[in-house]
Design a protein around this ligand. Structure first.
Ligand code: IMP
Length: 448
């Protein structure tokens, strides 16, 4: 296919917002911040894009020249011509989703020859998805007499695949898809472990046949990626690390247990790609101009009623992966400050500002009131503690006009600029990008 296809990203020229040769792009909220758009935008000035965490739970959508591309596993950087797109060892790989994504991209003329998969990435097997669903159903059915509710996972097998990685004995890695005897042994062992959880014996032969077929198709892409990434860095190439999900869903630092199974922030890059933590030269924090969350778990600024409905419809806040309507809320700078601190964010990318046009007042949560009446400006990385926190708001004037055609900060309405200034001041990190619509052109690069 290479040579007959052309990737849609035309390139935005040099962007002054990333310096050095190792850029991180991470989500600062509960996922869906718009990372795909930013990664696509910055791909033109990077040679390599690496996904380091998560799996097919993520949904990155990119709109280029009015065409929407929805990606779950393949790094959004693939849309930029000539980019090496690496699925790192920290990703849990769902070959079914990956192959569908590849087929779709190829049928739309995208050159996918730059895709490389780490031999050490763990494979999401069909029984992982079944286990994910079984656990969620069990939690749901016990909800009446238990303080534990379901997590509201995407049911893509993420947690069980990461759990098997840590359990080790029956985990399947991408490299195992190419080793028939070992593959059979691992799948047989895994099915023995899974039978009591699933209440049935998974069909080993069917599973082996499926995995063998995956291996055949993926073989040309499965490589050692740790040295590959280091070689690229040593050769002076620019590498971007594309985070999936969001900081508040981080397995250690998020709103546990209502989190995903991976390290979603910059800390996940070292393990998930095999690079030292000192490698990063820029860390871009992607945030929406308001908050959204999918699944259960606390969200202090959550809205209901008319305002929620308006934001949801204007922002098309429905999951890229599951189609679930997202919960929406006002901006929470307590959470954002926490995310900036954890990730060492060097510049902010504020997405979907256009969605907030038409509201007379914009509320921003700057502190929480706790159950004992005290106030705090610190985030609680615990589901139960955060559930007791009530938002304390600062109200700012809204902007009534649509802003999708603005191409500089100067052409934004004064209240929109004041809203951005407020974010910058309260989070304590400069804003580098403002997105005011889904298209690439609808992006203001601050100071460019
Ligand atoms: P899991 O990652 O499928 O196990 O889901 C765990 C939690 O993370 C659930 O609340 C999901 O809705 C949420 N989640 C996982 N990935 C994403 C994402 O990319 N965007 C938004 N929420 C996500």
């Amino acid at each position: 296919m290479a040579g007959t296809t052309s990737n849609p990203s035309a390139g935005l020229g040099t962007c002054p917002k990333t310096k050095g040769n190792a850029t991180a792009v991470v989500g600062m909220q509960w996922g869906d911040e718009g990372k795909g758009k930013l990664v696509d935008l910055l791909s033109a000035e990077h040679d390599v894009v690496v996904r380091y965490n998560g799996g097919a739970n993520a949904g990155h959508s990119v709109v280029i020249a009015g065409q929407r591309y929805a990606l779950h596993l393949i790094p959004a950087g693939i849309l930029s011509k000539g980019t090496l797109a690496v699925i790192g060892n920290g990703v849990v790989l769902d070959p079914d989703t990956l192959l569908k994504e590849l087929d779709t991209l190829q049928s739309r003329g995208v050159d996918t020859s730059g895709l490389v998969i780490s031999a050490n990435a763990h494979v999401v097997m069909p029984y992982h998805k079944d286990e994910d669903a079984a656990r969620e159903d069990t939690l749901k059915s016990g909800a009446g007499d238990s303080p534990l509710t379901e997590i509201g996972t995407t049911r893509r097998g993420i947690g069980p695949a990461y759990a098997d990685k840590v359990q080790r004995a029956a985990a399947v890695r991408a490299r195992d898809l190419l080793r028939p005897e070992l593959l059979r042994a691992r799948i047989t062992q895994a099915c023995r472990f899974k039978a009591p959880i699933l209440g049935k014996q998974p069909d080993v032969e069917a599973m082996v046949a499926t995995a063998t077929a995956w291996g055949k198709r993926l073989a040309p892409m499965i490589r050692e990626t740790t040295y590959l990434i280091h070689d690229q860095l040593r050769a002076g190439k620019r590498v971007m690390f594309e985070g999936a999900n969001g900081t508040l869903l981080d397995v250690d630092h998020g709103t546990f247990p209502y989190v995903t199974g991976s390290s979603t922030g910059t800390a996940g890059i070292a393990n998930g790609a095999g690079v030292p933590p000192t490698i990063l030269t820029s860390a871009i924090g992607v945030m929406k101009a308001y908050s959204t969350r999918v699944g259960t778990g606390p969200m202090p600024t959550e809205l209901s009623g008319d305002i929620a409905h308006r934001i949801r419809e204007r922002g098309r806040e429905y999951g890229t992966t599951t189609g679930r309507p997202r919960r929406v809320g006002w901006l929470d700078v307590v959470a954002l400050r926490y995310a900036a601190m954890l990730n060492g964010i060097t510049s902010l990318s504020v997405m979907l500002l256009d969605v907030l046009a038409g509201f007379e007042t914009l509320r921003v949560c700057t502190a929480y009131q706790l159950g004992d009446g005290s106030t705090t400006d610190r985030f609680a990385a615990d589901g139960a503690e955060l559930a007791a926190a009530k938002p304390i708001y600062t109200d700012l004037p809204g902007f009534m006009d649509e802003i999708g055609a603005a191409r500089s900060l100067a052409t934004l309405p004064t209240p929109a600029r004041a809203y951005l200034d407020f974010i910058q001041e309260k989070v304590g990190v400069p804003i580098g990008f403002v997105s005011i619509g889904p298209d690439r052109e609808q992006t203001i690069i601050v100071g460019a």
